[in-house]
Design a protein around this ligand. Structure first.
Ligand SMILES: [Cu+2]
Length: 116
């Protein structure tokens, strides 16, 4: 009896570990760049998707679906304020990796545009 109970506990622990491992894999996958030119400033201070991938010469549009003003400031470039319901479009002519933040919520909101 005691032995089988211990076995059940070990199994439960193994299952919990497996579930945790799956959770890690899921969040790493979410950080993969998404091939799109549309980024939403979604509710609760985030860019969705955070990392995108586009071809050189394409224009990316950020749309603010949140209830607060956000901004898009590509590193080394001018800041763009986006009111709720508004959007801003930026064209990327040169290949490279462009990191950007929301100037107002830089600790919560940042993203990356990878231009091929
Ligand atoms: Cu913001």
């Amino acid at each position: 009896m005691r032995r089988s109970r211990a076995g059940a506990v070990a199994l439960a622990a193994a299952a919990a570990l497996a579930a945790a491992a799956v959770g890690c894999g899921g969040s790493a996958e979410a950080a993969e760049p998404v091939a799109t030119t549309e980024v939403t400033m979604a509710k609760s201070y985030r860019f969705d998707p955070e990392r995108i991938e586009i071809q050189a010469g394409r224009t990316v549009t950020w749309t603010n679906d949140d209830n607060f003003t956000h901004t898009v400031r590509i590193d080394g470039r001018a800041d763009h304020e986006v009111e709720p319901g508004d959007s801003v479009s930026i064209t990327f002519d040169q290949p490279g990796t462009y990191h950007y933040v929301c100037r107002l919520h830089r600790h919560d909101m940042d993203g990356e545009v990878i231009v091929r």
